[in-house]
Ligand binder design. Structure first.
Ligand code: ADP
Length: 494
């Protein structure tokens, strides 16, 4: 051992070593130092050690070197005298440096050892800082930590959890003691969650929400627990996780739920009211007609005029109106139940004629219909009955609006064309009645909005819903020069 050459030790040393002359110029560098600084031995030879020190520490290094050269003796630069070196990539490394004199004949050489002990301290410091960060984050998030050891049946818990569970002193607690504070109604669900996480075929994730009742003050809090089961040889070993007090969140959720329930109730009431109104809208007209026909029959019977054909016509009118009311109700209910919409290829012109016929047969009032069609109007895809219903509504509204005018020319113009870029057909229904008061335009599609003494205010609301269900839109032209001008669109048969 004695004969072991300096160079062998130098080469094998785990610490970085540099041998320099008394002017600080590097003579040899061991492999550890080459790795540490990122330079080869030959690259470093001849340059001063100072060049390896981070620039801002060079002056300090020179001071130590001068001190050393004045009284050469082994000394360390540790404990507050560390220096920062800089490697080839410019990375700074904090190191302890010790200097030892080596005499070779008349020459004084300096062995500089770079000790990485400080790096360990750095790691400890980093760990301490990261633990501190974790503690602060835990505190900020209001997290508690638990570690449940299945074999020993004990739970380690931290201060935050002990506070919630109403136990200040103990460090560990038995599982039974832990469970005692959990609300009896929530125990089973939590137990099942643990059981599921303990299943070795699962990913071990544990998630549960439960209430705990603080035994000291009887206060109830909601806890959200999240953890993971760790397995040893396929057996559950530990459950480690965090808990969070989510009481406030739960209260907010409860309030929101109450609010939602209330809103839903109001909506249900509105839907019920609208359904009832829509049914009334469908029955209003046929009932009025049946009533009129019945009066005719009664009157005829009272007055002794029993013309067979007269009575028959009136009764047939009753039957027809009653049947129509039945069909209308049936269709309306199907629409409200949002059953599948049955559509077919249809000619818009035919539907318009059918609607005009209905209005005529109802004896609704005199008017002059004008049709303006685009040539070769393509067919549309829609539910015929529904579109017919919309047109009947629009025609009736137009007739009612014009009825009080003394004008001999009560005209309803119906235009049909294609809006090319949208691949839609457009229908425009315009009357020459009084039109709309500008202040009311915005409201006419609202359910229950009516200006008529016996109106229900559902006609336009239902019409718009029907057109939208058929893939189109219904709107009013607020700038129409005369009367009221309604537009609606329908998809063309592709
Ligand atoms: P209702 O006919 O039962 O009043 P609607 O929803 O069909 O219900 O119509 C709502 C209101 O819109 C009517 O009361 C009327 O004031 C107005 N309105 C509808 N069509 C016309 C029209 N062609 N001209 C003038 N006003 C109209």
């Amino acid at each position: 051992m004695r004969g072991l050459a300096f160079s062998t030790v130098f080469e094998a040393a785990a610490d970085a070593m540099i041998l320099a002359d008394d002017a600080g110029r590097i003579a040899v560098v061991n492999p550890t130092a080459q790795r540490l600084f990122g330079y080869t031995d030959s690259e470093l030879q001849g340059i001063t050690v100072e060049m390896l020190i981070a620039p801002r520490y060079r002056k300090q290094y020179r001071y130590y070197q001068d001190l050393f050269l004045k009284r050469p003796a082994k000394r360390a630069m540790s404990a507050g005298n560390e220096l920062i070196v800089q490697n080839r990539d410019g990375k700074e490394i904090l190191l302890d440096i010790s200097l030892s004199p080596i005499r070779k004949k008349q020459q004084l050489l300096v062995l500089i050892i770079f000790n990485a002990a400080r790096r360990r301290l750095d790691t400890e410091e980093a760990l301490r800082i990261s633990e501190e960060r974790l503690r602060l984050a835990k505190q900020a998030a209001g997290l508690g930590i638990f570690d449940y050891n299945f074999k020993r049946n004990i739970i380690y818990w931290d201060k935050q959890m002990r506070k919630l569970w109403g136990r200040d002193s103990e460090k560990t607690v038995s599982y039974e003691e832990f469970v005692a504070a959990i609300h009896p109604e929530d125990r089973e669900e939590r137990r099942l969650a643990i059981e599921k996480a303990m299943d070795p075929t699962s990913n071990g994730e544990f998630k549960a929400q439960y209430r705990i009742v603080n035994p000291q003050n009887g206060m109830e809090r909601w806890i959200s627990a999240h953890g993971r089961v760790y397995f040893e040889f396929g057996h559950p070993n530990r459950l480690i996780g965090v808990t969070r007090d989510v009481t406030e969140q739960k209260q907010i959720q409860k309030k929101l739920q109450l609010h939602r329930d209330e809103t839903e109730n109001i909506l249900k009431q509105q839907v019920a009211a609208r359904t009832a109104s829509a049914i009334a809208h469908e029955l209003n007209q046929p009932l009025a007609a049946i009533s009129a026909y019945s009066e005719v029959v009664l009157h005829a019977l009272d007055s002794g005029s029993t013309s067979y054909s007269h009575l028959k016509r009136a009764l047939e009118g009753c039957v027809e109106q009653a049947q129509r009311a039945g069909r209308s109700l049936h269709e309306l209910l199907a629409f409200l139940q949002k059953g599948e919409l049955v559509t077919e290829r249809s000619s818009l012109t035919e539907i318009v004629y059918e609607a005009l016929n209905v209005v005529y047969n109802d004896g609704y009032g005199r008017f002059h219909p004008v049709l303006r069609l685009q040539d070769n109007l393509p067919e549309v895809r829609c539910n015929r009955t529904q579109i017919q219903k919309v047109l009947v509504n629009l025609f009736r509204n137009a007739i009612e609006a014009m009825r009080n005018l003394d004008s001999p020319d009560l005209t309803i113009i119906t235009r049909m064309g294609v809006i090319d870029e949208q691949k839609m057909a457009e229908v425009i229904v315009q009357d020459n009645g009084p039109g709309f008061d500008q202040s009311l335009v915005k409201r006419i599609f609202e359910p229950f909005f009516t200006t008529k003494p016996t109106g229900i205010g559902m006609g336009l609301a239902i019409s718009r819903a029907l057109i939208e269900a058929n893939g189109g839109q219904l709107w009013i032209d607020a700038d129409a020069e005369t009367g009221a001008k309604f537009h609606f669109t329908l998809p063309l048969e592709s």
